[in-house]
Design a protein around this ligand. Structure first.
Ligand code: HEM
Length: 160
C-alpha cells in the first residue's frame, strides 16, 4: 500500500509538472507561428484537456501525499504536534513543501479557471488581450519554477 501510494504520487507529479513544461517549452512555441484563429482553437482544446487531467493529478497528489505522511509517521505530528513539530528540520522541510504546494494550487486555479479562459475570450491582438496573455504565461512559468522547488523539498523531506 505504501509503495503503491508513493509510486502513484511520483507518477502524478511527473504528469503534472511534465505537462506544464511540455506546454511551455514545446507546445506554446510550436503553436506560436500558426494563424490566430487556429492557434486559439488548438490552445483552447489542449488547455481544456490538460486542465481536466492536471486537476485529477493534483487530487491524486494531495490524497497520496496524506497517505505517504501517514506511512512515514508524520501525519499525527503534523496534525497534533504544534510548534514543536513544525520547528524540527523535517517539520520545516514539510512546511516549505506544503506552502509551495498551496501557492502552486492557488496560482494554477487563477491560471486555469480565470485568466486562461479570459485570455481566450478577449479580442485577439487587443491591448487587454496582450496584457492578460502576458500575465497568463508569467503565471504558468512561475508555477513551473515553484514545481521544481516542490520536488527539491520532496527530495529533502526523505533525505534530510
Ligand atoms: C498535500 C500535498 C503533498 C503531501 C502531503 C506530500 C507528501 C509527501 C511525502 C510524505 C513524501 C515521501 C514519500 C516517501 O515516503 O518516500 C512525498 C514524496 C514526493 N512528493 Fe509529495 N506531497 C504532496 C504534494 C506533492 C506535489 C504537489 C508534488 C510535485 C508537484 C510532490 C512531489 C513529490 C515527489 C517527487 C516525491 C518523491 C521524493 C523522493 O522520493 O525523494 N508532492 N510527498
Amino acid at each position: 500500500m505504501y509503495l503503491a501510494s508513493v509510486t502513484l504520487h511520483v507518477l502524478a507529479a511527473i504528469f503534472w509538472l511534465g505537462g506544464m513544461f511540455f506546454l511551455g517549452i514545446v507546445g506554446a512555441p510550436a503553436l506560436a507561428g500558426l494563424d490566430t484563429d487556429l492557434r486559439r482553437r488548438l490552445f483552447r482544446e489542449i488547455g481544456l484537456r490538460f486542465r481536466r487531467a492536471g486537476w485529477v493529478a493534483i487530487a491524486i497528489l494531495l490524497a497520496t501525499g496524506i497517505v505517504n505522511l501517514r506511512f512515514r509517521g508524520l501525519l499525527a505530528p503534523a496534525l497534533h504536534g504544534g510548534r514543536d513539530f513544525w520547528l524540527t528540520p523535517i517539520g520545516q522541510t514539510l512546511a516549505w513543501k506544503l506552502g509551495l504546494v498551496l501557492a502552486m494550487v492557488t496560482i494554477g486555479a487563477v491560471h486555469d479557471f480565470w485568466l486562461g479562459p479570459l485570455s481566450g475570450e478577449l479580442d485577439a491582438g487587443s491591448k487587454e488581450h496582450l496584457r492578460v496573455r502576458t500575465l497568463v504565461s508569467r503565471l504558468g512559468r512561475l508555477n513551473a519554477v515553484l514545481g521544481i522547488l516542490v520536488v527539491y523539498f520532496a527530495v529533502r523531506l526523505i533525505r534530510g
